[in-house]
Design a binder for this molecule. Sequence first.
Ligand SMILES: C[C@@](O)(CCOP(=O)(O)O)CC(=O)O
Ligand code: SF4
Length: 395
Amino acid sequence: MYLTKEEERTLNGEDGETLQKAMEILVALGDIYGADSLIPVKSAQIAGVSYKTIGDAGLEWISDLNGKVKVPSILNPAGMDMQRWQDMGIEPDFAEKQVEVIKAYESLGIRSMCTCTPYYLEGFSATYGDHLAWSESSAVSYANSVIGARTNREGGPSALSAALVGKTANYGYHLDENRVPTVSVTIECELSGSDYGALGYLAGKDVGNRVPIFYMASTPSPDNLKALGAAMAASGAVALYHIEDITPEAQKVGFENPAENIVIERSQIDEVYEEIIGGNDDLECDIAAVGCPHCSADELENIARLLESKSIEKELWVCTSREVAEKNAELVKQIEQSGAKVLCDTCMVVSPATEGHNCMMVNSGKALAYVPGMCKVAAKIGSLEECINKVGGGN
Ligand SMILES: C[C@@](O)(CCOP(=O)(O)O)CC(=O)O
Ligand code: SF4
């Protein structure tokens, strides 16, 4: 891979050990994937934040780094709401370690906002054609597919390296040729709400790590697209998808139909709603959680409307970013009046607070795919209304 004189100097350690390590990671990835050079990125989103997932080894690695990031950089969800972790039943020992992780990232100049939806935040908006180094798989899918920006699914260390250097290696989804659809998916039935997550849960398994183009009868909203992409990245490894006439690249570039076509029928989507993943059919859900990926302002508004004059008997978590919650404080108040908890900085997958429940009802195909394995809690998908009804909000 070609390096400029300045990049060579960094690689040789002349800008310090941290930048040298970061450059080594970028160069190694570039060499493995055949990149021609490094390219500047507009922002970085760094996974590996929850103490539950990174543990002491991760904390040590981050704490050993010195220096400052060169581009706006933000964090993935942590293992707890950084302000009301006691309400989540988080142990003080865990909280202490989680605070240390965030402080270590902050000392590198990274904004301590912990979210998988950076595209809602000021300073992190991405536009068509921007090159990014994001790591959370749903954020990667949204950036590539819904916005038309360009990012690979970075690992925590490679996103952090890109943040410190301000560049990434030019391979994968940064290049036109890897953004062309290789399989088509046809959906003739009408879809709404959680159907998009259920569809993504199914489609991801068939599509694997290819780039699908969808031909759809219904017109999805940006929130529907967020749910679809998140689920496909979890049950499969889809980092970019197109929808004919809907997503920006499909509109601008005009792709040819790939030879292979997968058809998904309504009956298959209905079956996803029947299953309890990771548990027996007779399990009763004792918690519901929505906001995977983190809720948008529109989603908070919808949840607040559905919860009006209702009272939640069991647990209902609504996960979102702190910035979206703060900007929509009135909606948050309305939601919490029902007894539901609006949790910021964290989610049902990366928080240890999920563990110990029997079965979680979710409206997300991604949470359905991850909660059983990552939290050892059974999961069932339903519509947002069903999630609310399940925890006693039916009255
Ligand atoms: C499950 C996920 O959304 C969150 C866990 O990631 P992390 O490594 O704890 O930041 C990761 C992903 O899908 O990219
Ligand atoms: S809410 Fe879902 S998409 Fe966001 S970090 Fe958690 S698992 Fe990933």
